[in-house]
Design a protein around this ligand. Structure first.
Ligand code: PEP
Ligand code: MN
Length: 358
């Protein structure tokens, strides 16, 4: 059984919720962000320790010192789990040395089979049961995504989840990355037992689209969310535009829960309306059936034919059973009762004859 079952959050429809800043920037930012996030009772805190930058010159993460802050923060609190991105053997060993509870493979790393293999081998040798989140590669190459999953599986690292963070958009779109849901759903359908997590922050690139992306992921039955959250996104060193505050995250998770409840309630209401309408039809048909059997009763009275015809009833029930629509025992029960009522009504009709003649 997957270790991720322990991280399904009953407060949020059993989704796995991962949240935290794009990058660790300072000890103060670590404390302020996680102190506020703790109120949301999420499954994993995320934090970027090494940042894979597409072009050189940007902030590339603080490295080991950030891991030390996380370790220190963890020592103050029970039951909190942290994950960070690792992109090679050395980073993986450092993350494990500082007690990181899970790692994720970034979109740029998933694209590189050598690095994926190196990380998989390292985890297999040191902490085989470590949960690993595998982001989709930046390019639309689903085989690379699946290939990364298989590399971990093949060396016995089996606590795996997929993270859908969208694909490099070559055309101008509202979103930073094109979600191309059908590709993520392909892999989700092929490995239904592997949790599929949506990363709306990296799909959106802008906090204003996060809710609509989460709603869509809910409709597709995703198992959780990885959302970037910073105590003050306006001063974030990386991905400032797409991060939300811990309070906004709390609000978002509450709204998503309500959305799901509403969607489910509407669905249930519609099903119930269908059942009500079918029951009305069954009732009308039953009444019509009794009217016909009563006419037969009149016929039997006029021609003095015995009301109860056992053979006819057996034949009718056997014909129905051969259609294989509902269990045979149910046919016996339902048509047994219907027949009993028909015989009762026909007998009443017979009694009327007796009343007339006496
Ligand atoms: C991140 O999660 O901060 C990150 C760099 O993501 P991705 O690999 O999806 O670009
Ligand atoms: Mn980021």
């Amino acid at each position: 059984m997957s270790i991720f079952n322990n991280f399904k959050n009953p407060n949020y429809n059993n989704k796995i919720i991962i949240a935290g800043p794009c990058s660790i920037e300072s000890y103060d930012q670590t404390i302020q962000t996680f102190d506020n996030l703790r109120k949301n009772k999420i499954s994993f805190f995320r934090a970027g320790v090494w940042k894979p930058r597409t072009k050189p010159g940007g902030f590339e993460g603080l490295g080991e010192i950030a891991l030390q802050w996380i370790e220190k923060y963890k020592s103050y609190w029970n039951n909190i789990s942290f994950c960070c991105e690792v992109a090679n053997r050395e980073q993986t060993l450092l993350a494990l040395k500082h007690g990181i509870d899970a790692v994720w493979i970034g979109a740029r790393t998933t694209s590189n089979p050598f690095l994926v293999q190196e990380i998989a081998d390292t985890i297999a040798l040191t902490q085989r049961d470590l949960p690993v989140f595998i982001k989709n590669p930046t390019c639309v190459d689903i085989d690379l995504w699946e290939g990364a999953y298989l590399r971990f599986m093949n060396c016995g690292v089996t606590n795996l989840a997929f993270v859908h963070r969208g694909f490099k958009a070559y055309k101008e779109t509202n979103y930073r990355n094109n979600p191309l849901w059908r590709y993520a759903l392909q892999i989700h359908m092929k490995y239904p037992e592997v949790p599929m997590i949506c990363d709306p922050s990296h799909i959106a690139g802008d906090s204003k689209y996060i809710r609509e992306i989460c709603q869509k992921a809910n409709l597709y039955g995703y198992d959780g969310f990885m959302i970037e959250s910073h105590y003050d996104p306006t001063i974030a060193w990386t991905d400032a535009k797409q991060q939300i505050t811990p309070n906004e995250l709390g609000q978002l998770l509450k709204e998503l829960g309500n959305d799901m409840k509403n969607e489910n309630e509407i669905l249930l209401e519609n099903y119930r309306k269908d059942v009500d309408s079918i029951d009305m039809q069954i009732l009308e048909l039953l009444r019509s059936r009794f009217e016909v059997t009563n006419r037969i009763g009149e016929f039997k009275r006029k021609n003095n034919i015995q009301v109860f015809q056992g053979n006819r009833f057996m034949e009718l029930v056997n014909n129905l059973k051969q259609l294989n629509k509902i269990p045979e025992s149910l046919i016996d029960e339902i048509w047994g009762s219907i027949h009993e009522e028909s015989v009762r009504e026909q007998n009443e009709i017979f009694m009327k004859k007796d009343e007339k003649t006496t």
